[in-house]
Each structure stands twice: as structure tokens, then as C-alpha cells.
Design a protein. Structure first.
Length: 272
């Protein structure tokens, strides 16, 4: 697919990686607008094609008392406001087939969570909206197996699919990125590296997922060196108090330095 087919996306001729970035979950309007404004300022300066990311709800939580959202319609309206305020495309994840048409009214890209990417009804419902479908590779799946998820989208009459690698389970409480999978998955669809979720440490005894944010630049650099088409980075101005996935998010203050370095690496790789 052509990146330029996404409404409102910019800098598609820059030969940069594209970026999906934002908070894990939409916690409110002010925080979403604040994060979007900062990321857009950075990506415009660096000519990075950008899609604002935010989950309108979090259905996959470790504990029943974990934050799941502020209400579906309220969060989706905030995503629409971000798009209209800053003239930027948006992406959110869906969890049930009935979410697809509803979310498609508000966002430009529908994301299928890694745990759900084998759910045919969900993938087909997303594909039939005509939106770009971002398929997150299951932590339990091989890179080769993602061709079948992509084919479900294509066979539903939608050629606009991405694959996102968010790491593979390494023991019970750790994730690892197998960079051999990137060229494999790029044969099937544009491929994104989910840097921050790849650094999760799930299944902690507390029921709260841990993470290794100190390794974000290491993983991101390796992804760019290995020619990923896009990067996925969750970021927040106060990760310690974020309502979801704070343990592995990048502090918003560190995003500009990270992306500046990654763009330099991309330019070097492009020259080889």
C-alpha cells in the first residue's frame, strides 16, 4: 500500500520511516492534545510521517481493577478532536468485531491486538471498513504465520494492511525481538516495529506489567538498521502516573532526541 493513501498524513516523500506514537490509552482530552501537539512539532521538524496513536479502551488487562478507559464514545471523540485540531491521522485498537464499524467512524487506522490477530471475524470486520488494518504479530506466532492474517485482510477486499512486531514471548515474564523476522514479514506487508511493547515484562506476580524503557533506543536503532517501514512508540509526559503501560513507555521529553538519532541512522542506511 502507499502511505500517501492515508488521509492527512504528511512527509510521505521524505524517505523516512513512519511513526505511530501516542499514549497507551486515552485518559482525557487535555492529555491527548498535549501529547499530540508535542509529537507533531517533532515529526514535522524531522519530516517523519506521523499517525497519532491512542487506545479508546483497554480490553486486555491483567486484573479486573485495571484501567480500561473513560468510555468508548468519549475516547473516540477525543481521537477525532486530535485529528481535526492538528490535521493528523489517528489509529486505535479494536477488540470485538462490533468495534470495527464504530471506531472506523472516528479514526483512520484500525489496529488488531497481538492476542487477537488470529480472530478471523475481528480481522475481517476491520478489513471491511476499508480502513488501513494494522495487524500486531502475536507473541506466540512466527513471522511466517503473519502472511495468513494479511491474506484475510486482502481476501476481504482490502489491500491496506500492515504488520507490527511487538516481540515474542521469551520465558514467562520477558519479550525478545527476533530481527530475522523483519525481512520475512516485509514480504507480506509494510512492517512496523513496536518498540515499547517489545520491552514489556508481562505476567508479573503483582498483576501489573513491567518493562525496560532503558532499552527503547537500543531496540529502535536496531529496527531502523534492519529497514522497518515504521516504528510504534508509546509515549507520555508522566509515564509513572499513566493509567496503562507506564512501565514501558517513553517519557515525552526524550522523544525528540531519540527520533533525531533514528532519522540520522535512516539517512545513513538509505545511502548504502
Amino acid at each position: 500500500m502507499q502511505l500517501s493513501s492515508i488521509p492527512k498524513i504528511k512527509h510521505t516523500d521524505s524517505n523516512n520511516f513512519f511513526l505511530l506514537a501516542g499514549p497507551c490509552a486515552i485518559e482525557g482530552e487535555e492529555m491527548a492534545l498535549r501529547i499530540a501537539e508535542k509529537v507533531i512539532k517533532i515529526t514535522d521538524a524531522l519530516e517523519i510521517p506521523y499517525v497519532f496513536k491512542g487506545s479508546f479502551k483497554k480490553a486486555n488487562r491483567s486484573r479486573i481493577d485495571s484501567f480500561t478507559g473513560i468510555g468508548d464514545e468519549s475516547a473516540l471523540k477525543i481521537l477525532r478532536k486530535v485529528s481535526e485540531t492538528f490535521d493528523v491521522p489517528t489509529v486505535t485498537d479494536i477488540h470485538e468485531a462490533s468495534d470495527a464499524a464504530k471506531a472506523a467512524e472516528y479514526v483512520d487506522v484500525l489496529q488488531i491486538p497481538a492476542f487477537l490477530v488470529r480472530q478471523t471475524d475481528l480481522v475481517v470486520a476491520a478489513a471491511k471498513t476499508g480502513k488501513v488494518v494494522n495487524l500486531k504479530k502475536g507473541q506466540f506466532m512466527s513471522p511466517e504465520s503473519m502472511q495468513h492474517a494479511v491474506r484475510k485482510v486482502h481476501d476481504s477486499g482490502n489491500e491496506n494492511a500492515w504488520i507490527t512486531d511487538r516481540g515474542t514471548m521469551f520465558g514467562y515474564q520477558d519479550m525478545i525481538v527476533d530481527f530475522r523476522g523483519i525481512p520475512t514479514m516485509k514480504q507480506f506487508a509494510p512492517t512496523v516495529l513496536d518498540v515499547t511493547h517489545s520491552l514489556q515484562q508481562p505476567n508479573q506476580s503483582t498483576g501489573v506489567t513491567g518493562g525496560r524503557p532503558d532499552m527503547i533506543e537500543t531496540i529502535a536503532r536496531a529496527g531502523v538498521v534492519n529497514n522497518v517501514d515504521g516504528l510504534f512508540i508509546e509515549t507520555h509526559f508522566d509515564p509513572a502516573n499513566a493509567k496503562s503501560d507506564g512501565a514501558n513507555m517513553l517519557h515525552l521529553d526524550h522523544l525528540e532526541g531519540l527520533l533525531t538519532n533514528l532519522v540520522k541512522i535512516r539517512k545513513t542506511i538509505n545511502s548504502l
